[in-house]
Design a protein around this ligand. Sequence first.
Ligand code: FMN
Length: 357
Amino acid sequence: MLFSPFTMGFARLKNRVVMAPMTRSRAIGNVPNALMATYYAQRAGAGLIITEGTAPCINALGYANIPGLYSKEQVAGWKLTTGLVHERGSKIFAQLMHTGRMGYLKNMPAGAEILGPSPITAGGRAVKNTQRSTDYHLPRAMNHLDIVQAKSEFVSAAINAIEAGFDGVELHGANEHLIEQFLSAGSNLRQDEYGGTAENRCRFALEVAASVGEAIGFERVGIRLSPYGANNDMEPLEMNHTYDFLTKGLNAMGIAYIHHVDHSAMGGNTVPDAMKQMVRNNFKGAVILTGGFDRTTAEEVLQAGLADLIGFGRPYIGNPDLAERMQRNLQLNQELDVSTFYSAGPEGYTDYPGFSK
Ligand SMILES: Cc1cc2nc3c(=O)[nH]c(=O)nc-3n(C[C@H](O)[C@H](O)[C@H](O)COP(=O)(O)O)c2cc1C
């Protein structure tokens, strides 16, 4: 099944292999470049590519050398990638990622701010640059104007994405970024209509999805979610209620897909099967599941009907022709150089050899 085509709204995907979004920090000056276009084009054997997290505005640039989609140069830079990927027969969505309270000011241009739903510092360590880390900043709690502004930044970045040749956008509502910071009881202590109840914590996510969908078409919008992710700080019952409400709301809007993750293979919490089943039951569009998959486990999940498409992250770093290798049952390169995950230049990026190239 993994290698059978799949129709996702207007887009016919040549197979059900998805390249999962991965920050690689090669966008020097936050502008996508020819090296990145080569990297994505090498991986266009996937039916669908989702780009690395891409900033919709300067407040979202919390990590070093991540690309954006808020300037003409960035739109022009992304055209190199979308052109090559389309030439090679794959579809590509841009992941719109707002780092919110996860950002580090030294990565960000003058005038940028660390924002969050509530003035609560993230746990853990911020990514200062590729080598070192430091404590997170205390975010400024977003007021109503900030919320309106952030929504309009997602919208203009989505419009820019279409201009840059993307097939659609994935809203990053997972892994402790701004949208999830609103969803999570641990980072959202607001007492207005954006906090307090599960329904209110879902409001920002639903409003962003609705505004972006109205601007570029709901069939061009996906969202990434990470129930049971590290930052959720929710009791299981509340977790179920939150994601039940959210996924039903997204279904009513008719967005293209929900992409959810189980990061237990990376040391995260295991997502119970009941959650995966709930997402499937609530959402009639495409479901993508990512986290720790190989060909065999991907087939199992597709056969069980829990997902339509399977995302592969780390396997795509070291195997530019992952889809072809899996299809031909060729051996995968398991040797990844972690020190080059977020470094500069082609090393550990575009120099992993393909089997068939
Ligand atoms: C180097 C690296 C960068 C990542 N960057 C992002 C990102 O920008 N956005 C995102 O949603 N997930 C990101 N992830 C998570 C992956 O998309 C994926 O969910 C995770 O690697 C688990 O899938 P895997 O077991 O197939 O690697 C990243 C993972 C890695 C290894």
